[in-house]
Design a protein around this ligand. Structure first.
Ligand code: GLU
Length: 422
């Protein structure tokens, strides 16, 4: 069974003799259960530049834009469903991303040298972005992904090296988790993938090749798959796959035969999603801490000056987020010495209580859209209190309206009972 702890959206790819776009759409639809906020594909027709199309919301929006795939000819392509971690959900931030400068939502034919998609988080993206800005790269999105794609391009051009070396150089510089899938303009009918702590598999059948985050996406096309290890990469052509290590040396791999059903694969072998997501918790805690700890120091989004003046903290939430707040209350009191009250958002919004004007209101919500919590946040702001949102969904209403925001980086939760976000 697949062993990765996985979260976040999906990657698919195809190179063969059939039309790529319908296969990409069908494979993406099998990954919908993972949760996503937008999607996109890039398809190449022989030597022609890649054509990129992206859409926000459901996959059907993307499918309609490309007439179920018919409007996008070509037999080599990559696709992505995104769960935003850096930059709000939007057509511009949706993947694929390109190495060139591009305007608008980044859709259309792209002359860029490198086009790619990514699952995961690039922790040191800001540092890499600063470096690339000095080398005259310009960024159209707010994603960490665009930075990796441009870094690959940078090494590809700077050393005039092939795709394998350019990707390897990039991997050495990047900290974080990733499954990466890229196409190079100079290498038609080839797709390159690399991974670290995020899943990606490759399948072959009948002289064609398939790539996906997860087995169910390609199970209707092939049951013969290759697992790629951490810090390895692969060059994929129609029906042919070659693997390489970080030195660029070729690694020989045997394909495995998938025996289990698509349904079992979706849950990673666990009986249900709740169990699977419980097992993702260590990974989520790690990612959340990584996103908040900079050089050994916890960096809160709230300025130190404000924290030193706060006389009272109100934690406001509903349901399981309220329970998380109750636990948080003891921790915050012990660490800060500031008095904390945890309030149900529905009570907070309707009861007439006197609020300390030097208070900080912390609103917790997985979705960032919980109606009572949003209303409570607005009341707190009206009364002149500062607000901090702790939410999972980037760009959600509570995240946008609060003065400060911290993200839990928990990835999508399919299980109704909260696990990772808690
Ligand atoms: N960090 C990337 C982004 O925010 C990829 C997110 C994902 O895994 O979908 O665009």
């Amino acid at each position: 069974m697949v062993t990765e702890e996985l979260f976040m959206c999906g990657i698919v790819g195809f190179v063969g003799h059939h039309q790529a776009a319908p296969i990409l759409l069908s494979a993406l639809s099998k990954l919908e259960y993972r949760g996503y906020d937008s999607s996109g594909v890039a398809v190449r027709d022989g030597e022609k530049p890649a054509e990129v199309v992206k859409a926000t919301g459901k996959l059907i929006n993307l499918s309609q834009k490309i007439d179920g795939g018919n409007a996008l000819p070509g037999s080599c392509g990559i696709g992505h469903t995104r769960w935003a971690t850096h930059g709000e959900p939007s057509a511009t931030n949706a993947h694929p991303h390109v190495s060139g400068n591009c305007s608008g939502s980044g859709s259309g034919p792209v002359e860029s040298a490198v086009v790619g998609v990514h699952n995961g988080i690039i922790e040191n993206y800001q540092e890499l972005k600063d470096k690339l800005l000095k080398h005259d790269y310009r960024f159209y999105s707010n994603t960490d992904t665009e930075v990796v794609i441009k870094l690959i391009d940078y090494y590809y051009n700077k050393y005039n090296m092939g795709p394998i070396d350019a990707i390897n150089r990039t991997l050495v510089r990047v900290r974080g988790t990733y499954a990466l899938e890229v196409m190079f303009k100079d290498y038609p009918d080839e797709i390159y993938v690399a991974r670290k702590d995020a899943p990606i598999i490759i399948g072959t059948s009948g002289g064609e090749s398939y790539i996906a985050s997860d087995v169910p996406a390609i199970l209707s096309y092939t049951r013969q798959v290759y697992y790629i290890d951490n810090l390895e990469l692969a060059r994929i052509q129609a029906g042919e796959v070659h693997f390489y290590d970080l030195n660029g040396d070729e690694v020989v791999k045997e394909a495995a035969q998938i025996e289990f059903s698509a349904e079992a694969a979706e849950k990673n072998g666990y009986e249900h999603f709740m169990m699977k997501e419980i097992h993702e918790q260590p990974r989520v805690v790690r990612d959340t801490l990584h996103s908040a700890v900079k050089e050994g120091r916890l960096e809160l989004s709230v300025p130190d000056e404000l924290l030193s003046e706060v006389e009272q903290i109100y934690v406001v939430a509903c349901g399981s987020a309220y329970h998380a707040g109750m636990v948080g209350q003891y921790v915050i009191e012990r660490l800060s010495g500031v008095q904390v009250r945890t309030e149900l958002a529905s009570e907070f919004r309707y009861r007439k209580m006197k609020l300390n004007e030097k208070g900080l209101v912390i609103v917790i919500s997985q979705s960032g859209e919980t109606a009572d919590s949003l209303a409570a946040l607005r009341i707190a702001k009206e009364k002149g209190l500062k607000t901090l949102a702790i939410v999972n969904v980037i760009g959600s209403s509570i995240a946008r309206e609060a003065d400060y925001v911290m993200y839990t980086v928990a990835g999508p939760e399919i299980s109704v009972a909260t696990t990772k976000a808690y």
